[in-house]
Design a protein. Structure first.
Ligand code: AMP
Ligand code: ZN
Ligand code: FE
Ligand code: FE
Length: 296
């Protein structure tokens, strides 16, 4: 596809979930980085998508893709992280909106449980502290509050030295204040994304507790059977070798290839928008035409 710009970032977060910059600022930054396209993929919410899409109209060379990131159950290992990205969803779809309401209600139960556990471990933290970390002017009924916000409070209050430390000592899967959240089955997540017009993409496969590529291939085949369309081959946590492995699997299984940074702003200071460099040319041409047609 002929496009004046060559690089894309299809995995980012804004203040509508646990990113630290607003959807508008994210779009401004994507244009400054000279990206050909950016997708906003907040956790469990479409709250930032309208603002981002409107802002992107200012930049004729920047394509905007509406997205979401949903947590799913990994059957083989219930503690394992499986995130599914929905790319190019219709942000007004009632299917996705209803799903977001359900996931947010589950978080409203879970967040006080995590805070109570932190308090029982002797830490002085309450919900008001957490809400102070939630930047932006999004409707409180649609934005998402999660563990990264709590990690920021723990750093700010000096209980831990870093976000990583907060997850290792308190909030992570094996840590004492962990409370799992409601997760969908991969079938439910993929179906909701597909019904909303989007492509369901397995996010950051490196985070799955798969020990080798044969195991990952088996998993991918199962996921394809329930509606998976693509795999995020490029991600800020993937080594070049891992990216090559994922690209090989994508080609073998005829999956869409995508990639992004998983940018969160200062909550994840080591991750920059547009890094790793993801070539626009990896996007299959029929999708590239559909996704980036506005930006030509
Ligand atoms: P939640 O959706 O509330 O479970 O929170 C998920 C957020 O926490 C995502 O932004 C993750 O990237 C972040 N997260 C999970 N584990 C870690 C970790 N070990 N270090 C840093 N961030 C993490
Ligand atoms: Zn996040
Ligand atoms: Fe994720
Ligand atoms: Fe993410």
């Amino acid at each position: 596809m002929d496009h004046p710009r060559r690089l894309i970032d299809l995995h980012t977060h804004s203040t509508a979930s646990d990113g630290s910059i607003s959807p508008s600022d994210l779009i401004d930054l994507a244009d400054k980085r000279k990206l050909a396209a950016v997708a906003l993929t907040d956790h469990d919410t479409t709250a930032g998508l309208t603002e981002a899409a409107q802002r992107a109209e200012l930049y004729p060379q920047l394509g905007f893709i509406a997205g979401i990131e949903i947590s799913a159950i990994f059957d083989e290992n219930p503690g394992g992280i499986m995130h599914i990205l929905g790319l190019d969803i219709d942000s007004d779809s009632m299917v996705i909106k209803k799903l977001c309401v359900r996931l947010r209600e589950a978080r409203q139960q879970r967040n006080p449980e995590i805070i109570a556990k932190l308090q029982s471990l002797g830490l002085d933290i309450n919900m008001a502290d957490v809400l102070e970390q939630v930047a932006g002017s999004h409707d409180p009924n649609v934005r998402v509050v999660g563990r990264l916000h709590m990690a920021m409070v723990l750093v700010k209050k000096g209980f831990v030295n870093s976000i990583q430390d907060a997850f290792a000592k308190y909030l992570g899967g094996d840590a004492p204040a962990f409370v799992d959240k409601e997760r969908l089955t991969p079938r439910e997540a993929s179906a909701a994304i597909t019904k909303s017009g989007g492509a369901a993409v397995l996010a950051h496969p490196v985070q799955l507790p798969c020990h080798n590529s044969a195991q990952l291939k088996r998993l991918l085949r199962d996921l394809i059977d329930v509606g998976l369309a693509g795999i995020e081959c490029y991600h800020s946590q993937h080594s070049p070798e891992q990216t090559r492995t994922f690209l090989g699997l994508a080609r073998e299984l005829n999956l869409l290839i995508t990639g992004g940074s998983d940018y969160h702003g200062h909550g994840k200071p080591d991750v920059s928008l547009g890094i790793p460099r993801v070539p626009l040319s990896i996007i299959r041409s029929d999708y590239a035409k559909k996704w980036f047609s506005d930006s030509e």
